[in-house]
Write a protein that binds this ligand. Sequence first.
Ligand SMILES: [Zn+2]
Length: 317
Amino acid sequence: MRKALCILVAVVLSTQSSATSPAALVTEAEIPGATLRITVLQPVDDEKAAELVDWLRSASTNVSLAYGRFPNPSTTVIVQPTSRYSWGGKSPVPFGRVMRDDGERVELYVNVDRPIEDFYGDWTATHEFSHLMLPYINSRNKWISEGFASYYQNVLMSRAGHYTDAEAWKKLSDGFERGRRSRPELSLNEAAEAGVRRARMKIYWSGAAIALLADVQLRERSGGRESLDAALDDLQRCCLPSTRTWSGPELFSKLDSFVEEPVFMPLYRRYANRAGFPDVAPALQRLGVEINGSTARLREDAELALIRDAISHGANQ
Ligand SMILES: [Zn+2]
């Protein structure tokens, strides 16, 4: 069965399908813990194709900043150049998805008219690669897969130096606010069942909120020995890549088995079937994240400033 994750924007792509486009470049890239098999499809010139491979090496290495290696040792990446679509044309990477029909394949549609420098600051590839840190999750619990990828796209872009700490926390805070305003009458599971066309922001950012709450709780109670990074590290060692569909409770129970006291299932029981949005305001306040208009101020004297910095930089506090 074809399983697709994360159709980021509902663009109508006026390109050939990836199955029929000739390859401009087929190559492999060694990154920490993995070999990427990369195919850049036509139309693209040789110089741009080589630049895109260098960018993919960088974007995939971002994900190794979670626990030291890429989650799938053998991943296929397909790059489909496009410069014409109905909307969403400003992004260098307007569309991406993970396909899990025969191994794991990440497909990225790229705007080859944009200078390569712009690609490094774009979060789409980091988001898509971050999906590989989890198995395929059923549609009712899709907020977990989209949310964890949305959390990590910001955390990992910060760790890689593409966002400042303040930029990353501003983007997370803005996302939580968009999620809080989206379909407040629905629970997380109901939003996922409604689908991304009806509840996109709720699906993406409620799951990111759960990821943040779990991460902070793990780091705080363990003095930094435990973290979301470490739990996902254990998940990869035990269970990934996985060829089957997991439920959210199954995943969260497995993650809880790697930590001293359950964190994930208590969050699931508290929020998954309740209307509204996970309450992240107290955690952000304790982390010292203050939003002033278009910028975030990070308080160095905040109670959990060290945890905030550990999340931003990928080190134990
Ligand atoms: Zn996604």
